[in-house]
Write a protein that binds this ligand. Sequence first.
Ligand code: HEM
Length: 367
Amino acid sequence: MSAFFLEAGFLGVALFGRDKVGPVLHFMATLMVAVGTFASAFWIISVNAWMQTPTGHGINEAGQFVPLDWWAVIFNPSFLHRFAHMVLAAYLTTALVVGAVGARHLLRDRANPAARRMFAMAMGMLAVTAPIQIFAGDSLGINTLAHQPAKIAAMEGHYVSYPQGHAPLILFGLPDSEAATVRYTVEVPDLSSLILTHDLTSPLTGLDAFPRDHWPNVPIVFWAFRVMVGLGFAMLGLAVWAGVLRLRGRLYDAPWLLRAAMAMGPSGFVAVLTGWIVAEVGRQPWTVYGLLSTAQSVSPVAAPAVATSLMVFIAVYAVIFGAGMTYLLRLMDRSPEVGIAMAELGPMRAAGVTPAAGLHNKFFAGE
Ligand code: HEM
């Protein structure tokens, strides 16, 4: 509740309060939004991580899960890995959006100082977070191997076990669960064993070790995983490219880099969505891994009622999302090239308008 109110309250100040509060308070409001979302992410990921790797609970006579050790419930075995991976994913997504907006305005005017700062900061953030994210993703994968081996087998496309190790890394292919094989594979020998077990000969479990009705949908998990990881490496590539050009003093004068940064603008959202598809489709057929199946957790509500509430959700979200997106896209399209000339400050003060408010008014007047 506290996290939600921090977020929601200060988001209003951050978005609409610039002419009502001073620049310091406005900056504080943006920090509070960041703290609020971080705290929200903590609890949301903790709950989801418990469903993936449940610990610290008991089951009462009514068959309900009850917490026995809160610490073990909250800090369950996959929580810290997932929390780090998700928060980094959010920071990366933000950097990519800010970078794309900066790039768009630089393509119009290379000298725009605000766009230059936006682009430089975004590429710097990308250079720090992209490599850490790949490292965090790798350690999350090792954690998943320990706790959800069927999910990892689906991600890797391993229908068969490798008792002697030497499992290949399948880069691409078409998983066929009927025939329990991946067709037309492009693979690197031994690399999956090296990544997951850090040696060549440790045994690696495949889907053949699990009953078929405990398999997730392999093609979806397999492909969603490749999209996420592929985008992660593309983000790293963009960061390295920008870093090299920055060292050569050409960060703002490389149209192809700017175009690539614009094209990569939505990629963080795509990586986040495919990441969640891996996590959630990969968890099937379980709601709480190994304990409560999805079929068991279906609530006894008639299908028409579920369909109606789903339609209402879709309609409400379409309106809210549509309005939010329109507002954000309009903001992004405005040139950040707004400043106040010293000569304008005196008359503004005399009229009782703060510099921040004046800036805001000019911004929205499109000057
Ligand atoms: C490039 C290397 C990457 C690797 C090796 C990697 C690995 C993983 C693994 C193993 C999972 C967990 C599956 C599970 O056990 O449930 C996962 C989930 C996820 N990934 Fe990635 N990932 C990478 C890049 C990215 C990027 C670039 C983003 C987003 C910007 C991202 C966002 C997510 C999200 C949102 C989830 C679901 C969160 C969760 O499971 O708690 N990943 N990733």
